[in-house]
Design a protein around this ligand. Sequence first.
Ligand code: AP5
Length: 208
Amino acid sequence: MKLVLLGPPGSGKGTHAMWMCGEYKIPHISTGAMLREEERRNPHLYEEIRHYIDRGELVPDELIFEILKERLAESDCRDGYILDGFPRTLKQAEMLEALGGVDLAVMIDTMPELIMERVRGRRVCPRCGKGYHISQIPDGKCTDCGAEVTIRSDDKPETIRNRFDVYDRVTHPLVEHYKNEGKLARIDGSGTIEEVAAEIRALLNGGV
Ligand code: AP5
């Protein structure tokens, strides 16, 4: 099963990919997480990409393509994958066809006001990467490893606005693209995490 999760920043792509990869036994591949990981793995490269991320702009297609090409060539991707944050441009969608393609693109539809609140409250564990809403952890500590959680550098209000703008202009046209290919499914993302997960399960267990 080769899945793409589509949706604006904060719509829940990462949240749902996390349980889906365990349940469907295919890897969760987040290009955003891979780029953030470069800060530790390859600080020199990260210096190049940091200014795109911190401004809420997209990293150049060619660079993302190189990173993703290596990842999709790994053996755990043989039976499929869940792509979270890729493709983000029509050019990336073309690139993906060359790398392995897509069976289904799942669009998580959510009201902008709702996701703005979610992203403003998002906190991330710098040690293990687990994500939270601030209301879930009043002591500000990761429930898994105890580290002090932090705010993502691109979750500042001015950057969030630009990320939404980039999504509307550049990424949203992919919804029409996958619809025209007969590969689009829409999920209502405005319920609780459990409600949205149940909708995704019903869709995927009904057969892709
Ligand atoms: P990336 O990391 O992909 O960010 P994004 O797409 O903006 O998505 P987010 O991670 O913000 O949101 P999400 O949909 O995963 O929501 P989440 O589950 O966390 O990309 C970051 C940057 O990297 C980009 O801006 C760009 O610069 C660069 N980049 C990445 N990929 C690229 C590419 N392909 N090409 C070029 N550049 C690229 O949920 C958000 C919060 O809401 C969480 O706190 C969660 O707990 C909560 N939540 C989720 N669902 C619910 C619910 N139903 N009810 C209540 N709370 C919920």
